[in-house]
Write a protein that binds this ligand. Structure first.
Ligand SMILES: Nc1ncnc2c1ncn2[C@@H]1O[C@H](COP(=O)(O)OP(=O)(O)OP(=O)(O)O)[C@@H](O)[C@H]1O
Ligand SMILES: [Mg+2]
Length: 344
């Protein structure tokens, strides 16, 4: 159900398709309703994957707890930014190096809230017809042919019918406005052309989309929005102003060990510690692509797959491709693996 600017409520004829496509992630709730009505604290240890509504999350600590139960470990800063985004109904703008957990946060939030994740992957050349909506040209044509065959002669009426809601294809941004609750992930915004940000402004500030032929479409209940960027270019201030901003750092050593252990329960604590320490040290090198959490996990997984009990220089050398993806980076550290892995 959507609200047009004149207050008319409209049912979407494509609602079934929409729910199917929006529900692509995990235990997404495709019913369009909130799942349960109990306090988070009372869920602890009971239903590990039981979702909560955004309103039930009472504090940053409760949010961290919810994410933790879905295997995402965050620090107080991220938990606070994320909690405030939920509480204030503002988009969360996340920047950080590759592999620090920006995309995963949105995915986990959707799982924790039992809401479908609607993802808009940004790329160069992304335009409104791919991000907002498009008219279903083949169906419009079929409608015209059918009308012609039926001998319809009222051209004005026919033209009006062509721009009916049933011929409107909802792309991710529109789909997010019409799906409540939902988590909208606008991923890697810095990859899109900066003109694209103008489209986002209306959506993120008023949660409305204007379709000239139809009017302004308004979300009855705004989605939770996470915008991510790797900062390959600066995003405009106008857009940032509408968001809460958080720079996602690489995790501390202890948190990285905990993440590895949580994500890869088969990895021994000692091995997880050795990988995390090596990853932390690699980040201090002047590398083209320092390893993120994703690479630490890949490295650990590779070591576990090989049955390695320790990360020694020999094992590190043959598995370096799991953590460093540039030849220059590999060459830079290969000679000093002993020092990299040495010490406590
Ligand atoms: N805090 C965390 N808790 C648990 N797992 C994490 C955390 N941070 C990262 N990860 C893991 O690291 C992987 C990579 O994270 P993610 O894809 O979200 O990184 P990213 O910041 O979006 O990177 P990129 O900029 O390359 O897209 C995730 O699939 C997840 O397994
Ligand atoms: Mg990402």
């Amino acid at each position: 159900m959507m609200l047009l600017s004149d207050g008319t409520k409209v049912n979407f004829p494509y609602s079934d398709n929409r729910k199917t496509s929006a529900a692509g992630q995990g235990n997404a709730d495709t019913s369009g309703r909130c799942a349960i009505g109990v306090r988070l604290s009372s869920l602890r240890g009971v239903g590990e994957t039981e979702p909560a509504t955004a309103d039930e999350v009472g504090s940053p600590a409760e949010l961290a707890d919810l994410l933790d139960r879905h295997a995402y470990l965050c620090d107080e800063g991220l938990a606070t930014a994320c909690f405030l985004a939920l509480r204030m109904g503002r988009p969360l703008f996340l920047e950080g190096e590759a592999g620090v957990g920006k995309t995963e946060l949105a995915k986990t939030l959707a799982r924790g809230l039992g809401a479908p994740l609607i993802r808009l992957q940004c790329y160069e050349g992304l335009d409104a017809s791919q991000a907002l909506y498009d008219w279903d040209f083949p169906r419009q044509l079929l409608h015209l042919r059918a009308a012609e065959a039926a001998g319809v002669s009222d051209v004005t009426r026919l033209e009006g019918e062509l721009y009916d809601r049933r011929f409107l294809l909802a792309r991710p941004l529109l789909r997010a406005l019409e799906t409540a609750p939902s988590v909208l992930l606008v991923d890697e915004l810095d990859r899109a052309d900066d003109e694209f940000e103008a489209f986002l402004l209306e959506v993120l500030s008023d949660f409305t989309i204007t379709v000239p032929e139809l009017g302004t479409i308004r979300a009855e209940r705004p989605p939770v929005v996470v915008v991510t960027s790797n900062r390959t270019r600066e995003v405009h201030d106008a857009l940032k102003r509408r968001c809460l901003y958080h720079w996602l750092e690489h995790p501390t050593f202890d948190r990285e060990v905990a993440i590895i252990r949580r994500r890869l329960p088969g990895a021994a604590e000692r091995l997880a510690g050795q990988v995390a320490r090596a990853a932390q040290r690699l980040r201090e090198h002047d590398l083209l692509k320092p390893p993120g959490v994703a690479e630490s996990l890949d490295w650990t997984e590779a070591l576990v797959a090989l049955g390695a009990r320790d990360l020694d220089p020999g094992t590190a050398a043959v598995t370096l491709g799991a953590v460093l993806k540039y030849r220059e980076d590999q060459q830079r550290v290969l000679g000093g693996l002993g020092a990299l892995l040495g010490g406590g």
